[in-house]
Design a protein around this ligand. Structure first.
Ligand code: J2J
Length: 536
């Protein structure tokens, strides 16, 4: 049994194997190759876990799950934060061929239900410290609504439901049963632009390649000490090169619950961190902290700062080498696949002003006009791509896939870019109906649908507004029967059970929404209203 997904056409698959991108190894190889190493793999608070210990915990959990009847081809919904158990669980599931969706810790009822509806998981792994799982009320409803769930493990849970016990119970007679390398290993989360959050099937072959190649570009080695302060489930810190890159290189991951300077600076100093991955707003906060504290001494060990997930302004970029005292690398990636990096030996000018170039020689990237025709080099248009680690279709979404891909299998990411003579990309804007709130993506339609459930709301449109710190924040334009205040709207959405970062930062009640000539809500006009108000 295996998870269904859209495969690469045979000629491309053959090419990717021939070129050595696909090596037909399971992702579990990243860990088992270091199973006897006493190097520290993860630092999580006071805990320092070696590769040997990590590997043992993974075997223990995999063995327990296997005994409970979980089999290759099944799926799991996992929600764990930035803790070592996240990686233990990931590898354990990969080892028995169960494909997880790793929900973000900020996700709530709506998101978890939406993912579970799509994958019909056999297994749920969650955390008692998450408000949703503090008691059993949501859990019971969730199980009732998702009869496919046979096994539940909770961090901080008790008895047969204890994840902690499953990680320490000695494995006996365990045989790994990962899915074949060209099948689905797990699902990534799409930033999305549609009503229901979409899932991205990732195979062992494609994901392993993206990690291996990222390590080459970013020079990850056993000496790498990487700060992971972005949600561990996010594709960026999983694979660009992220924690999995660190594990492949036999380096050390230092976990942080959030990217605040008060938390991260002492961790960097204490554990001599030399690489960190951030989103642009966190960079601003770090620079602010350095200015306030009067020096950057605690960051002395830091050699490389990766910044990605959202647009980094050239002004902010230029301050990184000057004020943090380390090298900057811009990362423009997506959970769907394609990742672009500025290279470590690029000129400072390039590193500051571009979002890098594709990591693989066989990444095919071009720029399309509104009709899907290629534009001349340098012009701004839609990013189109396919390659050895770019997916070929969202999970069970034929309708959406029909518009997200062209006839030749090129994925349209919804980004507006230009490509220069040397192949370097600059992100110029976005076409997809999404708000990028400091790297956290909000699908406008998802929130609009929830807003429309409010009895007073007749029409709703969520649009981005510029923000100095976050880059973008969200504003909900509402046509209402009764006046609504922002706090009421946010409370209503929170009651619907949606991640906090998706709550509108601002709410505007209007008599009507402007329409385009084809009768769709004119969001461009709304954004202009916002911009002119900000000025006034
Ligand atoms: C502008 N926009 C960017 C950048 C992503 C590495 C790094 C990031 C992600 C990620 C990732 C940007 N400048 N440097 O998966 O492996 C916006 C684009 C893109 C979308 C993807 C990785 N870096 N973006 O952010 O799936 O709009 O992945 O299409 O969350 O973020 O979002 P996501």
């Amino acid at each position: 049994m295996s998870v269904e997904f859209t495969r690469w056409p045979a000629d491309l698959a053959a090419r990717y194997r021939e070129k050595g991108y696909w090596q037909d190894l399971p992702l579990t190889d990243i860990l088992t190759r270091h199973a006897n190493s006493d190097a520290v793999a993860v630092i999580d608070g006071e805990r320092e876990i070696t590769y040997r210990q990590l590997n043992r915990a993974v075997d223990n959990l995999a063995s327990t799950l296997q005994r409970q009847g979980l089999k290759q081809g099944e799926t799991a919904l996992v929600q764990l934060g930035n803790i070592v158990e996240f990686y233990m669980t990931l590898f354990a599931l990969l080892r028995i061929g169960v494909a997880p969706v790793n929900a973000l810790f900020s996700h709530q009822r709506t998101e978890l239900n939406a993912y579970a509806d799509q994958i019909e998981p056999s297994l749920l792994i969650a955390d008692r410290t998450h408000a949703l799982f503090a008691d059993d009320s949501f859990l019971n409803t969730f199980i009732e609504n998702h009869p496919s769930v046979r096994v539940v493990l909770l961090r901080g849970g008790e008895g047969e439901h204890s994840l902690d016990a499953a990680l320490t119970q000695a494995a006996d007679n365990f045989t790994a049963t990962p899915t074949p390398a060209d099948e689905v290993a797990f699902f990534q989360l799409s930033g999305g632009s549609t009503g229901t959050p979409k899932l991205i099937p990732r195979t062992h072959n494609d994901y392993y390649y993206s990690i291996r190649r990222s390590n080459e570009i970013c020079h990850f080695t056993p000496e790498t000490r990487f700060l992971c302060a972005i949600p561990s489930a996010h594709n960026y810190v999983m694979s660009s090169p992220g924690a999995l890159g660190v594990f492949l290189a036999e380096g050390t991951v230092v976990l942080a619950a959030d990217p605040s300077a008060t938390l991260c600076f002492p961790l960097i100093e204490k554990h001599q961190v030399n690489v960190a991955a951030l989103v642009p707003p966190a960079v601003s906060l770090w620079l602010q902290a350095i200015a306030e504290w009067g020096d950057n001494a605690s960051l002395r060990s830091l050699k490389l700062l990766q910044v990605g997930g959202a647009r980094l302004s050239a002004t902010l970029a230029a301050r990184i080498p000057a004020e943090i005292g380390c090298q900057l690398q811009q990362v423009f990636g997506m959970a769907e696949g394609l990742v672009n990096y500025t290279r470590l030996d690029d000129s400072l000018e390039r590193i500051i002003n571009t979002q890098g170039r594709p990591m693989c020689p066989d990444d095919e990237v071009w720029v399309a006009d509104e009709n899907g025709e290629p534009l001349p080099r340098g012009e701004v248009g839609r990013l189109m791509t396919r390659g050895p680690y770019t997916f070929r279709g969202y999970y069970k979404s034929p309708q959406h896939n029909a518009s997200a891909f062209d006839a030749n299998g090129f994925y349209s990411s919804g980004d507006l870019i230009s490509i220069d003579e040397e192949g370097y990309i600059t992100v110029q804007g976005r076409e997809k109906d999404q708000i990028n709130r400091g790297g956290e993506k909000i699908a406008a339609e998802e929130i609009e649908n929830l807003l429309l459930k409010h009895e007073s709301v007749v029409h709703a449109a969520l649009v981005s507004m510029e923000d100095d710190l976050m880059g973008e924040k969200s504003c909900a334009y509402l046509v209402v029967k009764e006046p609504l205040r922002a706090v009421q709207v946010r409370r209503f959405l929170r009651e619907q059970g949606v991640a906090d970062f998706k709550l509108p930062d601002r709410v505007e009640c209007v008599d009507e929404l402007p329409l385009t000539h084809v009768g769709k809500v004119d969001k461009k006009q709304l954004r202009q209203w916002l911009a002119s108000r900000a000025l006034g």
